[in-house]
Structures are given as structure tokens and as C-alpha cells.
Design a protein around this ligand. Structure first.
Ligand SMILES: *[C@@H]1O[C@H](CO)[C@@H](O)[C@H](O)[C@H]1NC(C)=O
Ligand SMILES: *[C@@H]1O[C@H](CO)[C@@H](O)[C@H](O)[C@H]1NC(C)=O
Ligand SMILES: *[C@@H]1O[C@H](CO)[C@@H](O)[C@H](O)[C@H]1NC(C)=O
Ligand SMILES: *[C@@H]1O[C@H](CO)[C@@H](O)[C@H](O)[C@H]1NC(C)=O
Ligand SMILES: *[C@@H]1O[C@H](CO)[C@@H](O)[C@H](O)[C@H]1NC(C)=O
Ligand SMILES: *[C@@H]1O[C@H](CO)[C@@H](O)[C@H](O)[C@H]1NC(C)=O
Ligand SMILES: *[C@@H]1O[C@H](CO)[C@@H](O)[C@H](O)[C@H]1NC(C)=O
Ligand SMILES: *[C@@H]1O[C@H](CO)[C@@H](O)[C@H](O)[C@H]1NC(C)=O
Ligand SMILES: *[C@@H]1O[C@H](CO)[C@@H](O)[C@H](O)[C@H]1NC(C)=O
Length: 571
């Protein structure tokens, strides 16, 4: 659905925004001194965060160094910058390692974010603790991955067997090779689904990352790698038997298990294509066949976790791993996706400079699906209508409350609440408008609102890898918000909400110059939506209604054809 989240096309560097936003802030401040005085002060304060990171940020603004220059500095961050940070440092080891989700004993310098990220997480968030069963499954998985992963003896032996045998044989280690499809948001949600499938079937997950995925994430599995070695014959091979032909052969064989040859390698396409015949991937009979195939190559741009959840033989295991049903993505994404040192540098410096001091952080993701037919103003109206009426953003005097004239009492109203708004969009229009609105007009309660956009459309084009780096950093920054507003159907937003454990306000997907009411709805689950769910029960009858057939699977609010897991309080 969502090609590359919103960050696909063109990007400026993270910090070009500082060149733009700071001079504008100062300029506007000097024009309309009185109302925005507090904002200017707040900005100054933000820039004086006393730690090493902000020194780096300040130095770079003045010197105008390039993004590459900054990225290079990430690696040299010293322990003292951690000590001098403004966050309290009393958490125990469990907090640091995501309540036991992450195994200790990793090489800390190679992945700074694993140690530091807990300081950036929302303090007030409801804690979704991983279950002991999930933790033991993960520790067990890591053992299997170390034993069977690339460069091990078992890997060499198993791969040789798989390559050389015509049928499934009895390989000690079983694999699932994930291959990319669609944009980064789609790739991340499908990786999580594939990893859950690997956990359920004791397969080793290997990923086929192209150069656009270089150095976005740390290695997730202790003392091993998840990267499919470049010399693997499965790097290019997609032309083995397919899952679809296997199903056809199986049908022709009257589902009889005898005299049925299973291949050693099978290609499974679970991509978003609506007119395919039913895949029956959610049925035990299919899974019984697949279980015996030692190497599966899987391509999907979908979050097919709901399919796994309704598979009878997987249902109980998933329920035990995730007693809170809507935390599958939340836990597994936090387990798998740790920003590389380069990405972490972008994230933590932006956070320290703009978000750290805020009392409330509001993330807004605006994806424009049909730029040629939807004027910016229509989307801006939708956004304001959504955020103001649901009290996500404060009202300003004058714009939305014209009855209340400018008055001295308004200006002098004391309120030191600082709200930081982070806007992720390809276009600068939305952040620029919001920023101008809060600079020109005081808010009704007198809170101070700062608006920041990490990156936006610019002339400069980056390699795909840099686009992905920015997209990943933005998803992560959005996930650190206290309140999140996303655009319907955007997998970029799904990643942010899932990582952050947030139920976002979902803006209606506008495709023309119109208005829509309600402009947004509150999601009932932090899980991503599966856009193309199975249509049939395993006996071939149509699934009439997911909610009544399968507990905890309901229609997505942003896409009624799709389904997602939820915990309780579906409405
Ligand atoms: C940061 O704060 C510490 C103590 O609060 C102080 O000793 C140090 O000089 C400050 N550093 C800078 C660069 O302001
Ligand atoms: C700017 O860069 C120069 C040389 O690269 C360095 O000497 C100077 O300290 C830098 N200024 C700041 C504020 O970082
Ligand atoms: C696995 O095979 C590779 C060559 O394909 C070799 O370099 C490596 O040493 C082998 N590893 C083990 C543990 O046998
Ligand atoms: C991981 O590797 C490190 C360094 O080689 C080693 O000290 C540690 O024991 C290993 N951990 C596990 C669980 O194998
Ligand atoms: C499958 O069943 C049909 C009828 O039930 C029969 O005609 C056909 O020969 C069977 N095929 C195989 C491969 O057993
Ligand atoms: C305007 O502000 C006043 C004072 O805060 C408030 O009572 C009133 O409801 C607001 N009007 C609208 C239309 O929001
Ligand atoms: C400041 O604003 C917050 C909302 O952002 C509000 O809850 C609080 O009551 C305000 N305080 C004052 C003194 O107006
Ligand atoms: C969009 O609609 C509004 C009001 O319906 C109108 O004023 C405006 O000109 C339209 N803009 C475009 C680009 O069609
Ligand atoms: C097919 O399976 C569904 C779900 O298990 C069941 O509700 C339905 O009655 C079955 N239909 C037939 C014709 O067996």
C-alpha cells in the first residue's frame, strides 16, 4: 500500500532544518516580539542542554558540516556523554535491556542504542512487559541462531545438504530467508511477521538486505548475524518450487500424505495482491507440509501476524507469548530493530536538541497519497480539525477562537508547559504552517509550542540508503511521542505506533480537495493492520466476519478490508 512510508522521495539532511527553522524563528520573533517571546526563550533553553550531544549539534550548526561528518562522530561518543545526560540514571539493568527482552552480553560499542534508548522512552507509558514465555522463546531462538547461523559448522553442513538434495531430506537446521518488497515501512512490518513465524517453527531467520538497507539496524541476535551471506546460492534464487504449485500438487494428490515429494527449497509469495487465489497459509494442513521443507524463501510486504494467530496450531503459542494480544509488534520490533550507531546519532541528537525538555511530545505524520489532486490546504484543515478538536494540540487565540480578542491578560498568562511537535512529512508545508500559527498567536492556556521537522523535501537527492536512514530515524522519533497522529494506511505510521506502544489518531486518507468528518479516529490497537487477510476458512467456506469467527481479530479502522489483533475494548 505504502511505498516507502512518507519519507520515500526526496530528503534534505536532518540538520538542514536547523538552518531553516532557527533563522526563521529568530526572524519571526523579532517581528512579533511579544507573543512569541516565550518560544524564543524556550528555544534557547533547548539549545543549552548540557551534554556532549548538544555541543556536537551546536558546533555543527555553526560550522555547517555535512551529515556525513556528523555521522562519523557517532562512533566516538564517550561514556562521559552518557553520564552527563539530563536523564536520571537509576534504572536497573532490566529497564536498560527492555525488561529482559534483550540478552545481555552484547558488544556495547557496536550498538549504542541498545544501552541508551531506554532513556528516551516515554516515562508515563503503560508498561507492556514481555511475558516470561516470550523471553524464554527468544533466548532459545538465539541459541538456535548461534548454532545454525551463518559461519557456523552446522550452517555449512545444512546448506550443503539443502543445495545438493532434490527433496526435503532431514536437515538439522531449518531456515527462512526473508526477501524485501516495497518500502521500508512495509519491509519492517513483514520482517516482524516473518520473525514470529521463525519463532513458531524453529527456523533461523536470515535477511536478504540490499545496499539500501546497509547499516540501518544493529545485529539483533547475540554473537551471530542475520544477514544472508553474499555467497549464498539463495541470494538470487527465487525460481525453486513455489508454495502455490505445491498447493496445487497437494490438491491433485487428494491431500494424501503418502508419495508426496517435498522440495528442499520453497518460494513463498505473501505479497499484497488482492486477486490471488486463497493461499491457505493460515491452515494447519499447509503448515504441516511447510514444516518439512528445510529452507523457505519468503517475500511479503504484509504484516501477516493475524494469519498466524488464526492458524490453529500456532494460536495457543502466540497467546502464551503475548498475553496482551496487541503487543506482538511492540515487543518483536523492539527486539529486532535497534538503530545502528549512525541512525542513533541522528535520532539522539535531534531528540536532545528539540524534544528532551518538552513536557509533552506530539508526533504527527502526514502522508499525502494523491499530491496532484489534494491541495496542501485541505490536508492542513483536516490536520487542524483533528488535532484541535481532540485536544492533541492546543487552541490558539485568534485562529480558532476569534471571539477571544488579543488582550493583555492573554499575553501575561503564565504557563510553563512546553509542547514539542515533531512533524514527519515529505513537504515542509505542514510544519511551517503549524510553526507560524504558534509563533503568531498565543495559545488559550498559554502553553508554549515548538514545531520541528527532521527532514523534508528538498532539491538534494540521496541514495536510497540515506532515504531509508532518514525514514528509519523519523519513525523512531515519532515512536518517542506521548501522543501520535498518523495517516491512515501508512505502514510508516504503523511502525512508529507499534514501536512506541501508542494508539494513534489516524487522519482520514484524503485524495481530493474535500473535507471529511470525522477528520481522524482513535485506533483501538497498536498493532499494524494486515491489508489482505485470508478470505476463506480452511474448509473453503468464506469468512463472513473475523470478529465473530476469531477472538481478538477485528477490522482495521483505517482500512475495513484489513484486520488486526487487539486486546480488548474493540469498538
Ligand atoms: C555542565 O554541567 C556541569 C555540572 O552541572 C558543569 O560542571 C559543567 O561545566 C557544564 N558543562 C557545560 C559545557 O556547560
Ligand atoms: C568549527 O570548526 C573549526 C575547524 O573545523 C574548529 O576549530 C572550531 O572549534 C569549530 N567551531 C565550533 C563552534 O565547533
Ligand atoms: C564454512 O564454510 C566456509 C566456506 O564456505 C568456510 O570459510 C568456513 O570456515 C566454514 N565454517 C566452518 C565452521 O566450518
Ligand atoms: C558472545 O561472545 C562473547 C565474546 O566472544 C563471549 O564472551 C560471550 O560469552 C558470548 N555469549 C554467548 C551467549 O555465547
Ligand atoms: C483423487 O480422488 C479422485 C476422486 O475422489 C480420484 O478420481 C483420483 O484418482 C484421486 N487421485 C489420486 C492421485 O489419488
Ligand atoms: C474561546 O475561549 C474561551 C475561553 O477560553 C472558551 O470558553 C470558549 O469555549 C472558546 N470558544 C471556542 C469556539 O472554542
Ligand atoms: C497550562 O497548560 C496545561 C495544558 O497544556 C493545562 O493543563 C494547565 O492547566 C495550564 N496551566 C495554567 C496555569 O494555565
Ligand atoms: C478547494 O476547495 C475550497 C473550498 O471548497 C476552494 O476555496 C479552493 O479553491 C479549492 N482548491 C483547489 C486547489 O481546488
Ligand atoms: C467451515 O469452518 C468454519 C470455521 O471452522 C465453520 O464455522 C463452518 O461451519 C465450516 N463449514 C463447513 C461447510 O464445514
Amino acid at each position: 500500500m505504502d511505498k516507502l512510508g512518507l519519507s520515500s522521495k526526496r530528503f534534505t539532511t536532518f540538520f538542514v532544518v536547523i538552518f531553516i527553522s532557527l533563522p526563521i524563528a529568530i526572524l519571526v520573533t523579532s517581528i512579533c516580539r511579544k507573543p512569541s517571546f516565550a518560544i524564543f526563550e524556550a528555544n534557547k533553553e533547548l539549545h543549552n542542554v548540557n551534554n556532549t550531544m548538544s555541543q556536537v549539534v551546536k558546533g555543527n550548526i555553526q560550522n555547517g558540516t555535512t551529515i556525513e561528518g556528523r555521522a562519523a562522530e557517532t562512533g566516538s561518543r564517550s561514556a562521559s556523554s552518557i553520564e552527563s545526560s539530563t536523564y536520571d540514571d537509576t534504572e536497573n539493568v532490566d529497564d536498560k535491556l527492555f525488561d529482559g527482552l534483550i540478552a545481555s552480553g552484547f558488544d556495547e560499542a557496536s550498538c549504542i542504542s541498545k544501552l541508551e534508548s531506554h532513556r528516551y522512552r516515554r516515562k508515563a507509558s503503560p508498561s507492556h512487559k514481555p511475558s516470561p514465555f516470550l523471553i524464554s522463546k527468544l533466548r532459545n531462538y538465539e541459541k538456535i541462531h548461534r548454532k545454525c547461523g551463518p559461519h557456523s559448522r552446522a550452517y555449512n553442513k545444512s546448506m550443503a545438504k539443502i543445495v545438493n538434495s532434490k527433496n526435503h531430506g532431514d536437515s538439522k537446521c531449518k531456515y527462512i530467508v526473508w526477501t524485501p518488497s516495497n518500502g521500508l515501512g512495509n519491509q519492517m512490518i513483514s520482517m516482524v511477521a516473518t520473525f514470529l513465524y521463525a519463532l513458531l517453527t524453529d527456523r533461523v531467520l536470515l535477511v536478504r538486505f540490499g545496499s539500501d538497507m546497509d547499516d540501518l539496524f544493529c545485529e539483533p541476535f547475540l554473537n551471530s548475524t542475520w544477514l544472508l551471506p553474499k555467497d549464498s546460492p539463495f541470494w538470487y534464487e527465487n525460481n525453486g518450487e513455489t508454495y502455490q504449485t505445491l498447493l496445487e500438487r497437494d490438491k491433485a494428490n487428494n491431500n494424501s500424505k503418502e508419495d508426496f515429494d517435498l522440495p528442499s527449497v520453497l518460494f513463498i509469495n505473501l505479497q499484497h495482491t488482492s486477486n490471488d487465489p486463497e493461499k491457505f497459509f493460515h491452515c494447519d494442513h499447509s503448515q504441516d507440509l511447510l514444516r518439512k521443507v528445510p529452507l523457505l524463501v519468503l517475500q511479503s510486504d504484509q504484516y501477516f501476524v493475524p494469519s498466524l494467530f488464526i492458524t490453529p496450531s500456532f494460536n495457543l503459542k502466540i497467546t502464551n507469548m503475548f498475553p496482551e494480544k496487541d503487543t506482538v509488534f511492540h515487543h518483536l520490533a523492539r527486539y529486532l530493530f535497534h538503530p545502528s550507531n549512525e541512525a542513533w546519532g541522528l535520532i539522539s541528537r535531534f531528540y536532545d536538541a528539540y524534544l528532551a525538555k518538552a513536557d509533552e511530545k506530539i508526533g504527527i505524520q502526514v502522508r499525502v497519497f494523491s499530491p496532484s489532486t489534494t491541495p496542501h490546504q485541505a490536508i492542513m484543515d483536516l490536520l487542524l480539525s483533528c488535532t484541535i478538536s481532540n485536544k492533541v494540540l492546543p487552541q490558539t487565540v485568534g485562529v480558532h477562537n476569534s471571539s477571544m480578542a488579543y488582550s493583555t491578560t492573554t499575553y501575561t498568562r503564565k504557563n510553563h508547559t512546553l509542547k514539542a511537535v515533531i512533524v514527519a512529512s515529505l513537504h515542509p508545508y505542514y510544519a511551517d504552517n503549524l510553526r507560524a500559527m504558534y509563533l503568531k498567536n498565543p495559545t488559550i492556556n498559554g502553553e508554549v509550542v515548538g514545531v520541528y521537522q527532521p527532514s523534508h523535501e528538498e532539491q538534494q537527492k540521496f541514495k536510497d540508503n540515506m532515504q531509508n536512514m532518514k525514514a528509519w530515524s523519523e519513525m523512531y522519533l515519532l515512536s518517542l511521542s506521548d501522543v501520535l497522529v498518523t495517516t491512515s494506511l501508512s505502514t510508516f505510521g504503523y511502525v512508529a505506533q507499534g514501536l512506541g506502544g501508542l494508539k494513534p489518531w489516524q487522519l482520514f486518507k484524503l485524495v481530493s480537495n474535500g473535507t471529511y468528518f470525522p477528520p481522524c479516529v482513535r485506533d483501538f490497537s497498536m498493532e499494524p493492520c494486515l491489508h489482505v487477510p485470508p478470505k476463506h476458512h480452511c474448509n473453503g467456506t468464506l469468512i463472513q466476519d473475523f470478529l465473530s469467527s476469531f477472538h481478538h481479530v477485528g477490522k482495521c479502522k483505517d482500512y475495513p478490508h484489513g484486520v488486526k489483533l487487539f486486546n480488548a475494548n474493540f469498538n
